[in-house]
Ligand binder design. Structure first.
Ligand SMILES: Cc1cc2nc3c(=O)[nH]c(=O)nc-3n(C[C@H](O)[C@H](O)[C@H](O)COP(=O)(O)O)c2cc1C
Length: 183
């Protein structure tokens, strides 16, 4: 299985599981994918853009209005480059924004502008995940054709067991391959 020639835009949000996103990026790269990382402001508090920059050798996009960035209208450019848009980890907040057409950062703008399949890997506290508003947002996105992987059942950062931890990076990559027709 190869992702050679495929561009995956990896969106990283402000979940404690953001530390696993570099592993996801590495695994996609090891399959041959070109990985471009876009990270929310909250995401940068949990994992440094420099980590992704070092792994991918590419600028990491955080600020939509940064004049020093490489592309002209970045969210459109990103959206067009993507063969797959993967959000891992995805917070309740970002899932809610996408479900309601809110595009107030580079990640949500690019998701709104893309025609590529979107794969969302939620990660959050079990109570957040089971919150009916979150469940309704996920159901709405699934009905609209967005794909999901996880969360898995396991021990959360707070020590309690439940559905909420990010899916295993291997499972995320496998699902990405399926969506790209390579699985
Ligand atoms: C240490 C820490 C860990 C967090 N982990 C999560 C998480 O796993 N899932 C989640 O939905 N929100 C989590 N949050 C809350 C989000 O960071 C917050 O909702 C933020 O506004 C998300 O912004 P974003 O979706 O733009 O990244 C966490 C916050 C902190 C301070």
């Amino acid at each position: 299985m190869s992702l050679e020639g495929k561009t995956v835009v990896l969106g990283v949000t402000g979940s404690i599981a953001a530390y696993k996103a570099p592993t996801v990026a590495r695994k996609l790269q090891s399959k041959g994918a070109d990985v471009i990382v876009v990270i929310t402001e909250a995401g940068t508090k949990l994992v440094g853009p420099l980590t992704f920059r070092s792994l991918t050798g590419k600028p990491v996009i955080v600020d939509m209005f940064d004049p020093s960035t490489e592309w002209q209208i970045e969210h459109i450019s990103l959206a067009e480059k993507a063969d797959l848009f993967l959000i891992a980890p995805a917070t309740a907040n970002t899932i809610g924004k996408i479900a309601h057409g809110i595009a107030d950062n580079i990640l949500t703008c690019a998701v709104m502008a893309t025609r590529a399949p979107v794969l969302i890997a939620p990660a959050m506290n079990v109570n957040m995940y089971e919150n009916l508003v979150v469940q309704e947002n996920i159901r709405r996105l699934q009905e609209l054709g967005y794909s999901f992987v996880g969360p898995k059942v396991g021990r959360l950062a707070t020590g309690i067991e439940g559905r909420g931890p990010l899916a295993d990076p291997d499972d995320i990559v496998r699902r990405a391959e399926e969506l790209l027709g390579e699985g």
